[in-house]
Write a protein that binds this ligand. Sequence first.
Ligand SMILES: [Zn+2]
Length: 329
Amino acid sequence: MTLVERDGGAARPEGAGSRDRTHRVSGAPDGLDERLREFAGRPAVTGGLGKDPVNLPMIRHWCEAMGDAHPAYRGPEAVAPPTMLQAWTMGGLSGHTDRSSAHEELFALLDGAGYTSVVATDCEQEYLRPLRPGDEITFDTVIESVSARKTTALGAGRFVTTRTDVRADGDLAGTHRFRILKYAPAVRPPKAAAPAARRPRPVINRDNAGFWDGVAAHRLLIQRCGDCAALRFPWLPGCADCGSREWDTVEASGAGTVFSYVVMHHPPFPAFTPPYAVGLIELAEGVRMISDVVGVPHDEVRIGMPVRLEFLRVDEELELPVFRAGGED
Ligand SMILES: [Zn+2]
C-alpha cells in the first residue's frame, strides 16, 4: 500500500478505487499515529469568551433564518433555541484570539503528512440547561481524539473530534462535539469515463419516510400538526408553530400554482440539462414545495400559473411528484 505518512511531505494519494482499509498502527517507523494520539486531551481553547452575551436580536435572527416561530424563543421569558449552542462561541469575521497552540500544531502535522484538505463531517450536542438573554458565555475546547487513518470516498484521512463545554454564568449549559476529516484528496478517474448521470436519490430517513411511502402510492402527503392543526411541508419531526411532535397527514388535492421559480443556467449538474425551470409550487392547501414544472418550456413558466400534480417515473428506482402546467384541465 502507499503510505501517505511516510514522506512527511506532499501527499502521495493512493490509486483510485483502492479498497485497502488497513492503517499504520502503534510503533510504525514514522510514529505518526503515536504523535497524533498524543493530541487527545490537549486543550484547543481554554477560557474562551463568547463575543456577546445571549441576546434577543441574535435569537430573533436565528429563528427567522430557520423559519422557527416557536413561542418559547420570544418575549420576556424567552430562551435561546438549544441548537444555537455553537453560535454563542463563534469568532465571527474578526476570528478567534483564544486558540491554543495544540490546535495549530495538530493541523500543521496533518498538513505535513499530506492530509491537506478538510471537511466538517458531523456534530453532536447535549443540552443541560436553557440559555437565556443576559447569560455570559464561556467555553473550553479539548481535542478529544484523532482517529487512525481511514479510507473514505473523499480520500484517506483522519477524523479529528473536538469537544466544547459551554458555560453560562459559570454553569455547564451544554456540550458541542464537532468532527472534521482532514484528508488527502483521492485521485478520481477522468470525468469523460463517467456513466450517464442519474438524478440524485432522495435521502429517506425516519422523519420523512412517510412522505416517500405516499409518493410510492401516488399520494402527496402533507403533515398536519396533531395539536394546532397547522400544515407543514417539507416533513419535519415537530410543529414550527406550537412545537408539538404529534402529527397526522392530509392528502394534497394536487391543485396548485407556481408561487415562484428560477431558471437554472449554471452551474451544470450532470443529471440535468440547462436551462431548466425549478418551480416553487404553492399547493391549494397552502404549503409550498420545490418541484419540476413539466409540460411547458422553461421560458414560459410564470408566477401564478396553475399546475396540477402528477408522478414522474424517472428510472426503475425513482418516482417523483412533479407539476404539469395548465392545471385547470
Ligand atoms: Zn402545531
